[in-house]
Design a protein around this ligand. Structure first.
Ligand code: TYD
Length: 228
């Protein structure tokens, strides 16, 4: 893929979100994709939710500590929304406007899956928050990494290296199975934007599938060749 092939006439950057359950490998594959984009001289930033801006990182600390849970599902969702509002306004929108690609570890589908499907926050509440926080902004492409829950939870535990699980890692097995189902449903409902990838495969194969998804969804006219 060449630099010319990936630059958009509008000059606006592309927005790619990564989603999945615990231990799906998002951070590894975001890093790999950022390296590949750098190899074709594309400016890209890597960011995450909840967090990604100084204000949102403070809220991240509150929700992942479990303190948000004490406020109840709607208020906890408001905390995610407040973090997203700051992140979108101060980091994501300015980067896209400058032609910089944004690779975001979790975005709106996390709220749909975790708070909507699992937290049972009403769709009307989620839609209202979505309107306020992101307006018309949607990822151009969402990569959903899918792994069996035993594999994901084992990876998450290895990453913690004996540390305590966070607010969501500590949920029970049914929660994680429902989460996986929720993501599969999101992928099925929006195939234009979402690509479900088997993240249980060898990491190089997963990275190759992500690159193919990017080419097919964002650059349908680009040549098939990709950097090694
Ligand atoms: P993080 O440590 O970033 O976990 P992971 O590596 O799994 O992404 O923790 C983020 C947690 O916050 C994760 O368990 C999912 C949850 N979350 C929500 O519940 N709703 C949201 O809108 C977002 C962005 C994240």
């Amino acid at each position: 893929m060449t630099e010319a092939a990936v630059n958009r006439p509008s000059g606006r950057g592309r927005f790619i979100s990564f989603e999945g359950g615990e231990g799906a490998g998002k951070s590894t594959h975001i890093r790999k994709l950022a390296e590949r984009l750098a190899a074709v001289k594309l400016r890209a930033i890597v960011t995450r939710e909840p967090g990604g801006s100084p204000g949102a990182e403070i809220i991240r600390h509150v929700v992942l500590s479990g303190m948000g849970k004490l406020l109840g599902p709607d208020a906890e969702t408001l905390l995610f929304a407040a973090a997203r509002d700051d992140h979108v306004r101060t980091v994501i929108q300015p980067a896209l406007a400058q032609g910089i690609w944004v690779l975001c570890d979790r975005f709106i589908d996390s709220t749909r899956a975790y708070q909507g499907r699992l937290g049972q926050v009403a769709p009307g509440v989620l839609n209202a928050m979505q309107r306020v926080t992101i307006g018309d902004l949607k990822p151009d492409l969402t990569i959903i990494l899918d792994v069996p829950i035993e594999v994901g939870l084992k990876r998450a535990a290895a990453r913690r290296d004996g540390g305590a699980p966070d607010r969501f890692e500590a949920e029970d097995l049914k929660f994680h199975q429902d989460l996986r189902d929720a993501y599969r449903q999101i992928a099925a409902e929006d195939p234009q934007r979402c690509v479900l990838i088997d993240a249980n495969a060898d990491p190089d194969q997963v990275a190759a599938q992500i690159w193919t998804a990017l080419r097919d969804h964002l650059l349908p006219t680009a040549p098939a060749a990709s950097p090694a």
